[in-house]
Write a protein that binds this ligand. Structure first.
Ligand code: SF4
Ligand code: SF4
Length: 369
């Protein structure tokens, strides 16, 4: 197992952490075995949440006698100070500990939510109070999708860690848009969630027999994430000993991955031939580039995916990306050079036409509104 210091917290954490979101899906006996095995294999960072059913309770029961062997992180969805402080007290009780290493504000993913937690009487106050009292060690935040909120949180100086969704598909653009790098520059610890896109980046069981514990796609994704210099730890959700043992193996694989290995990984993902979370089909791998016409194909598809599949507030992001393209997709001459290079087998010229139609119409409608 390799370890990294989590930002400026001073916590030395295993690069493979234990995502405890799935503990409610297994029995207490299974959870006890699994969590103890995790510590035995060198994992020393466990991430849970008040909102993960009985996850905290199971961790408390399973590991109360080994509390000095791991760092515990948990989080609250409550947005006001009094409620959040009660959540911290409840976490301490359920986890059977008198100290939580990292407490996070959970899924603060819109500007409105962000303003709420940061305002006087907001949840951040509770976390600061708890830190002052020595109940928690460090304060973190977890954010989805809104890159502006991520930037604000990082630059606020209030948070010591940030948890972001990242995997080879980079569905939220945290690598492409420099969020991971920014977090590192500001000294935050970077924790990665959704490394397998919520269980989507796994090979189907039928294709190569039983995949659990022996899935090259799972290993590839985790290794890809750990190859990113800005990442401190990744927390796959784990519910089986086989998964755990496979994930831990990745920690000792060499990094960074070579370009050929990355290509193989994207080819594997492309072969899955399905659309991913938020309807994403393009893998953003960039292997279709360069286009002789200068079309930034992955950016065009990112604009389209954001517009089509994200909630209303993120649709604007899609239109903004589209409006800022230097070369619009209607410049495509249908030479099809890109098609041969695309591991996802996308009929790129046809898709570009579809994108142009939808986004041009949307832009026109906005300007008329
Ligand atoms: S088919 Fe269109 S998008 Fe693809 S390389 Fe040719 S011009 Fe570029
Ligand atoms: S269009 Fe294909 S090659 Fe280009 S970025 Fe998307 S998945 Fe990769």
């Amino acid at each position: 197992m390799r370890y990294k210091v989590l930002g400026e917290t001073g916590l030395k954490v295993s690069v493979i952490g234990f995502g405890a979101i799935k503990l409610p899906e297994i029995s207490l006996e299974e959870a006890i075995k699994l969590l103890n095995r995790a510590l035995d294999l060198g994992i020393n960072f466990i991430d849970t949440a008040r909102g993960y059913g009985d996850s905290e309770t199971k961790i408390g029961i399973a590991l109360k006698d080994r509390r000095d062997e791991f760092h515990i992180a948990t989080k609250t969805h409550i947005r006001d100070a009094d409620g959040a402080f009660k959540d911290i007290e409840r976490s301490l009780k359920e986890l059977q500990t008198d100290y939580i290493d990292l407490y996070q504000l959970h899924t603060v993913s819109t500007k409105e939510e962000y303003r709420k937690v940061m305002s006087p009487g907001g949840a951040l106050e509770a976390l600061k109070r708890a830190r002052q009292k020595g109940l928690i060690g460090h304060i973190g935040i977890t954010i989805h999708r809104d890159l502006d909120v991520m930037r604000m949180a990082i630059e606020s100086g209030e948070f010591e860690t940030i948890m972001l969704a990242y995997n080879p598909l980079d569905p939220e653009g945290v690598e492409r848009e420099g969020i991971l790098k920014l977090a590192k520059e500001y000294g935050l610890g970077v924790i990665i969630m959704k490394p397998l896109s919520g269980g989507q980046l796994v090979l189907p069981e039928t294709e190569m027999g039983r995949q659990i514990g022996n899935d090259p796609l799972v290993r590839g994704c985790l290794r890809y994430i750990l190859s990113n210099q800005y990442v401190d730890t990744v927390i796959p959700g784990i519910k089986r000993v086989e998964e755990l043992e496979e994930d831990v193996l990745v920690a000792d694989m060499p990094i960074p991955m070579s370009e050929e290995e990355k290509q193989e990984l994207f080819a594997m993902i492309g072969k899955l031939g399905k659309s991913f979370r938020y309807g994403q089909i393009c893998l953003r791998c960039g292997y279709c580039l360069p286009c002789p016409q200068g079309i930034e194909i992955p950016e065009v598809f990112r604009a389209y995916d954001s517009y089509m599949n994200y909630p209303e507030e993120v649709k604007e992001v899609g239109l903004k990306i589209y409006a800022s393209l230097k070369v619009k997709p209607d410049a495509c001459t249908e030479c099809r050079q890109c098609v041969q290079r695309c591991p996802a087998g996308i009929d790129i010229p046809a898709k570009l036409k579809e994108v142009t139609k939808v986004l041009e119409e949307a832009l026109r409608a906005r300007s008329l509104a």
